[in-house]
Design a binder for this molecule. Sequence first.
Ligand code: SAM
Ligand code: DTB
Ligand code: SF4
Length: 344
Amino acid sequence: MEHYTPSTPESATAQNLRHDWTLAEIESIYTLPLPELVFRAQSAHRQNHAANEVQGCVLLSIKTGGCPEDCAYCPQSAHYKTGLEKKDLLDVDEALASARAAHAQGATRFCMGAAWREVPKGEPFERVLTMIRGVRDLGMEACCTLGMLTQPQADALAEAGLTAYNHNLDTSSEFYGEIISTRTYKDRLATLERVRTAGITVCCGGIIGLGESRRERYGLLRELSSLTPHPESVPVNMLVRVEGTPLAGQQTEDPLELVRMIATARILMPKSFVRLSAGRLSLSDEAQALCFLAGANSIFMGEKLLTTPNPETDADQRLLDKLGMRLIPQTQADAAETSAHGRG
Ligand code: SAM
Ligand code: DTB
Ligand code: SF4
């Protein structure tokens, strides 16, 4: 197959970002010889981002388990017996204590996740808004992932100073139904649209290792890159297999597929933060280094993601030291990605 030559990093710096990548073009990038792929991704990366820095983010599950959705990968779905302990919405103080600890660890972004299909009205939502204000007052970026939103809810989140809203498309529209039956791709896109309309930055990515083919990955990358503007943040997760979920017995994914996914995302969406998200515990230091070379510039720090384990902060610090890399300093990151309605 003829390999497509992607738009040069120069044109990307001139804001000439493309939203019309075709499946064939995406395939020809994804399947480039690995040295060529990583070189092109690294070139795009250096034109748009500091070469040796990654953003440190910390996740907190503010409402755990009992989710009515049936996402086949998720330990928090009420449809599966995963033995997860359910927890009601945390108090504001608990959440902010966790945010302060994240700040002390050097994180610049604090992400709060709730196992909701959609945001409940009334006091719980008001409590989340108070948490967001508190995180912003610490000088950190605040991100939330709370399920589907109405427009007034998105507007209220923006008003509270929310930097980013995470809502993943997860996989291609064609494969989506194999993984989730309780909502549609269209529902997902509608919430993303509301987030955009509210002026909150979009954090939207997906998962590899669900049993999808490469074609499904190209489909996801096409959907993400067709969003206009591109999501400012693109998390790339590798499935964490959890006992009790339908995907517990899924085959281990080849880490080089993750590297290809990250590199292709970097080339298609050169200005976005590409986040090396779930699945790092199963990656060697060398595989993570390749992900950084391929253009990943963010990690989740701390011993837990939402409910599953993640590398210890000390281990991550040792890895970054070994690679001669560092976390994006706190003052710089505060300015890096702010909401249109940002308070700080
Ligand atoms: N309930 C909200 C939602 O689905 O939008 C927010 C929380 S949900 C846990 C956030 C994302 O985490 C999912 O969209 C999925 O991409 C990722 N995720 C969940 N479980 C995972 C797993 N076992 N392995 C990898 N990624 C996972
Ligand atoms: C995202 O794409 N990955 C993060 C964040 N956004 C919210 C969540 C990963 C969750 C992994 C499974 C768990 O720990 O429950
Ligand atoms: Fe619920 Fe989100 Fe888990 Fe799906 S991924 S079951 S929506 S918490």
